[in-house]
Design a protein around this ligand. Structure first.
Ligand SMILES: Cc1cc2nc3c(=O)[nH]c(=O)nc-3n(C[C@H](O)[C@H](O)[C@H](O)COP(=O)(O)O)c2cc1C
Length: 360
């Protein structure tokens, strides 16, 4: 099998990448409780700059959008100052880096919100699973439904975050519309029971994602904006699937294609549960979008080589393999075995398991 295509350059909208290997967004919970990254993050991302594209860990666009403890933000100037050395380090090593913009919606806890406020959501439906707080893992709090008039403010928060990401020197941004967070909560009819223009029809449920993309593209140009979705995953927050996932996400993908977005990035199937190829018609989604496609979820060298050689995807995003293998690109190129990272150091802590490797 040809191993050419995985290691050949590509162009995602206006972003030139030197290979087809992306580092998937990975929350590592090592920032301060104020969302300010520490210098460790500079080393961590710099170590992984041989990826064609780094997609940062999900980054809070606002105080309200925050979930897990110690996750970074991009809503104050201190956040910008802490991210700037990260983008410098990646660029100095010849890499490209986009920031994943995140509002968690109902996947939060009152202890993480300003003045103990309830998290916000399309509808007052409590999420399952748990969130990482300063007091450990706790069930998400009961959210309150956003008033229609509040939604424009959230779009503004995305716009400001996009501006700050630009000031911090990123190459673009990825809108996080996957994994059970706010934008996906609006997309799915299981979590969106609204009766205003943000609920009901597919067009209405996709409205917030499209307004956010439009705002962010106004800052960056659409060719430096990507979007991540996970139509067939329930993994975060036990979020039930939409009743017509292909139609809902197909509509969104088509509209994003019309806007000329840099790329579409999909978690194929159930997060951490294989590629779900049997249920997920990736090619239909790609066709609806019509632009560059980044595939993710459980890829290894063999599947990644196949997927790019066969044209299944333009790029492959690797998550866990990048935690344990900062030199993943070289390892894949030379077919050297990979280290398995220790799950105990995925979230929180310091250098151990982050910039200093700990084997499983
Ligand atoms: C520690 C950890 C943190 C993650 N954080 C994020 C995140 O911030 N944003 C996101 O979209 N996905 C996140 N994910 C999901 C990964 O991006 C990816 O979809 C998942 O790990 C499957 O890919 P893999 O099999 O290559 O690891 C996270 C996964 C892990 C293991």
């Amino acid at each position: 099998m040809s191993s050419e295509s995985l290691f050949t350059p590509f162009r995602l909208g206006a972003i030139d990448v030197r290979n087809r290997i992306a580092m998937a967004p990975l929350t590592r919970s090592r920032a301060g409780m104020d969302g300010v990254q520490t210098p460790l993050a500079v080393d961590y991302y710099g170590q992984r700059a041989s990826a064609g594209l780094i997609i940062t860990e999900a980054t809070n666009i606002s105080r309200q959008g925050r979930s897990y403890a110690y996750t970074p933000g991009i809503y104050t100037d201190a956040h910008v100052d802490a991210w700037a050395p990260v983008t410098n380090a990646v660029h100095a090593a010849g890499g490209r880096i986009v920031m994943q913009l995140w509002h968690v919606g109902r996947m939060s806890h009152v202890s993480l919100q300003e003045d103990g406020a309830a998290p916000v959501a399309p509808s007052a439906i409590q999420a399952g699973g748990n969130v990482f707080t300063e007091a450990g893992h706790l069930p998400p709090s009961m959210p309150r439904a956003l008033a229609t008039e509040e939604i424009a403010g959230i779009v503004e928060d995305y716009r400001s975050a996009a501006r700050r990401a630009k000031a911090a020197g990123f190459d673009g941004v990825e809108v996080h519309a996957a994994n059970g967070y706010l934008l996906e909560q609006f997309l799915r009819d299981s979590t969106n029971h609204r009766e205003d223009r943000y609920g009901g029809s597919i067009e209405n449920r996709a409205r917030l994602s499209l307004e956010v993309v439009e705002a962010v593209a106004g800052v960056w140009g659409a060719d430096r904006v990507g979007l991540r979705l996970s139509p067939f995953s329930t993994a975060v927050g036990d979020t039930p699937l939409d009743s017509t996932p292909m139609e809902t996400h197909g509509y969104l993908a088509r509209r994003l294609g019309e806007m000329g977005l840099a790329y579409l990035h999909a978690v194929e199937g159930q997060l951490h549960g294989g590629n779900g190829a049997a249920t997920f018609d990736v090619q239909a989604l790609r066709a609806a979008f019509g632009g560059a496609y980044i595939a993710n979820n459980g890829y290894d060298r063999h599947r990644a080589l196949n997927a790019t050689a066969s044209g299944h995807a333009d790029m492959i995003a690797f998550g866990k393999p990048f935690i344990g293998n900062p030199d993943l690109v070289e390892r894949l190129r030379s077919d050297v075995p990979l280290h398995e990272a220790a799950a105990a150091t995925f979230f929180g802590g310091g250098a151990e398991g982050y910039t200093e490797l700990v084997r499983a």
